[in-house]
Design a protein around this ligand. Structure first.
Ligand code: FAD
Length: 553
């Protein structure tokens, strides 16, 4: 689905006190980006800030700031820091001399600089445009121009509204959100759609059609997501489009296999929920799960992989030489080989009120989607792993206070030290160890939590805008037949983890399960490393094992 092109071009702001450099950089920027962006230039940080303030008042969007570090009154970094307050989503790039490299690397962490470019940047085709193209693509992906396509109107704390917003966010469908209680635009829109309170949430599509309290499948179909396979049989059917499944789709399709990817919710899997992945190779200033997913989906599609979602695989059976996957609508698709890449599901919070308030203040892995709902209020994060730490950091940009509740006596055993350091340095984040949620309360939405101190047994009642839960996971393997062997926790066994093959029986390849032609990759595999890079690696390697299997080796 495409959204209408905006009438006003977003801005690229170039700042340099050296007239020759400013002229050169502006010329290069206009030559490559002039068609889609308006390039404005300023000869000092102060002048640039004036321009940026004027742009803000006019309602213009700024996509990118490019500032020279060495300017006499206001350095590039100082300017970028101030500009960020007005346009937090704009990409920030520093133009540096070799001698400033150390300061630039520090700035990546401290001021969340997106990139630093070394002068001179000639030839721009090699040293300027590829970097800026990437940054501008990212910016565009999260950009919501004034008249973007889809509008959602609903109650902020209704579980059905949360499910809908989460679905659109994770499927990278840009939408405008109108809270029926707060937004003056909501009422006229509902009136035009002839929608009453029972019809919420309402989705208004770019063509003006209104869907009243729609099922996700209906929304999916109307925003252009594909739910039926084009073929009856494929070389490779991959179940699950997290990092493992997406990597397998890229390698499978690029190596000539007719590849179908079936995803129950939204591509990206757990990684798609991450607000900041900082340890993925090649992205020194980190990237969001949404960005990683968008890139991977584009790449898989470019090579010809077909992606269905939201479509769940509900059964698998063997009909030699095929493996048959049953889909949630009852239809079947045949495959010469199947890859199970279904990852894991969040463990639910075990406290009174948790189920009733799920989606209405209690969220599982949804820090990105619901961050705005805690603006200037108090949020709790439950968990001690990296996902909890990342969520707390992200939420602290919005909430007045984020309290991380940890059952154990510290974070060191379960969280990366860089994240622990970030939490400790963040004034808005408090970590409470040996503390659990004992109850959740509220009329229709979460209002308070009861916390229990595990050492004293004492309970306290505290105000809470939201509780974000990250307390581990269990594998998505309930849909598999018994023949696919699993460990006692339900994770799929493969290769040498399977019981030894009997005499005369074929040895299983590394990622092959107990059923020949059925492979497994990523978090759902027994004893796998639960990381994005390892899931991606296993997805790619599984395709090699599929090739060998199909070749009869
Ligand atoms: C909030 C958060 C932050 C994280 N941050 C990091 C990080 O910074 N660095 C890092 O290395 N790791 C991180 N992780 C861990 C990382 O995301 C996982 O290890 C990785 O996503 C595993 O990939 P996967 O493809 O195996 O499974 P998943 O990502 O779990 O994807 C599985 C997919 O399969 C789908 N599915 C399940 N059942 C079915 C079915 N029956 N039919 C069709 N589809 C199905 C699911 O909907 C899901 O999309 C984070 C995890 C979370 C939750």
């Amino acid at each position: 689905m495409t959204s209408p092109r905006p009438a006003v071009k977003p801005l690229i702001v170039a700042v340099d006190d050296d007239p020759a450099v400013l002229a050169a950089v502006s010329r290069d920027l206009r030559r490559h980006y002039g068609e889609s962006y308006r390039v404005v230039r300023a000869d000092s940080g102060a002048r640039a800030l004036e321009l940026v303030q004027e742009a803000k008042l006019r309602g213009d969007d700024v996509a990118l700031f490019l500032a020279d570090q060495r300017m006499p009154r206001m350095s590039g970094l100082e300017f970028l820091e101030q500009a960020r307050e007005l346009y937090p989503d704009a990409r920030r790039v520093l133009l540096t001399a070799y001698a400033d490299t150390e300061a630039s690397i520090r700035a990546i962490n401290e001021t969340q600089l997106h990139y630093y470019l070394m002068k001179p940047w000639d030839p721009p085709e090699e040293r300027l445009y590829p970097v800026l193209d990437d940054l501008l693509d990212d910016w565009r992906a999260q950009w919501h121009p004034a008249f973007t396509g889809v509008t959602v109107v609903g109650h902020a704390y209704a579980p059905s509204t949360h499910a809908l917003k989460d679905f659109l966010t994770r499927n990278l469908v840009p939408y405008r959100w109108l809270d029926v209680e707060l937004s003056p635009e909501a009422e006229p829109l509902l009136k035009a759609a002839a929608a009453g309170p029972a019809d919420l949430p309402v989705v208004v599509l770019p063509d003006g059609a209104a869907l009243l309290a729609p099922e996700l499948a209906e929304v999916a179909a109307r925003v252009g997501l594909k739910q039926r396979p084009a073929l009856k049989s494929y070389d490779l059917v991959i179940v699950g489009a997290g990092p493992a499944g997406l990597a397998a789709a890229v390698y499978g399709a690029s190596e000539g296999l007719a590849t179908l990817l079936v995803e129950a919710e939204a591509p990206g899997g757990q990684a798609g929920l991450s607000s900041a992945i900082e340890n993925y190779l090649g992205f020194p200033s980190g990237l969001s799960g949404g960005d990683l997913t968008r890139r991977a989906v584009t790449q898989a599609r470019r090579f010809g992989a077909e992606i269905l979602n939201p479509v769940r695989a509900v059964a698998l059976r063997r009909e030699d030489p095929y493996r048959i996957v049953t889909l949630s609508d009852g239809s079947e698709v045949a495959a010469r080989a199947v890859l199970i890449a279904t990852g894991v599901a969040y463990r639910r919070l075990d406290a009174p009120g948790a189920d009733e308030l799920a989606g209405a203040g209690v969220y599982y892995g949804a820090a990105v989607t619901e961050a705005m709902s805690v603006k200037d209020r108090r949020a709790f994060v439950v968990g001690a792993g990296n996902s909890a730490g990342q969520a707390a950091m992200y939420l602290s940009r919005f909430a007045s206070e984020v309290v991380v509740l940890v059952r154990g006596s510290g974070l060191a055993a379960s969280m990366s030290s860089y994240l622990i350091a970030q939490l400790e340095a963040n004034e808005r984040v408090k970590v409470r160890c040996r503390t659990v949620v004992a109850g959740l309360h509220g009329q229709g939405r979460l209002e308070r939590v009861t916390l229990r101190d595990l050492d004293s047994g004492q309970e306290t009642d505290e105000e809470a805008a939201a509780v974000f839960v990250f307390i581990g996971a269990s594998p998505h393997t309930e849909w598999l037949p018994e023949e696919v062997a699993r460990d006692p926790q339900g994770y799929v066994l493969a290769g040498e983890d399977l019981p030894a093959a009997g005499q005369g029986k074929r040895e299983r390849a590394w990622l092959e399960t107990s059923v020949p032609g059925v492979f497994v990759a990523g978090d759902v595999r027994s004893r796998s490393v639960k990381r994005i890079a390892s899931a991606v690696g296993e997805g790619a390697m599984a395709v090699q094992a599929v090739h060998r299997y199909l070749a009869g080796a």
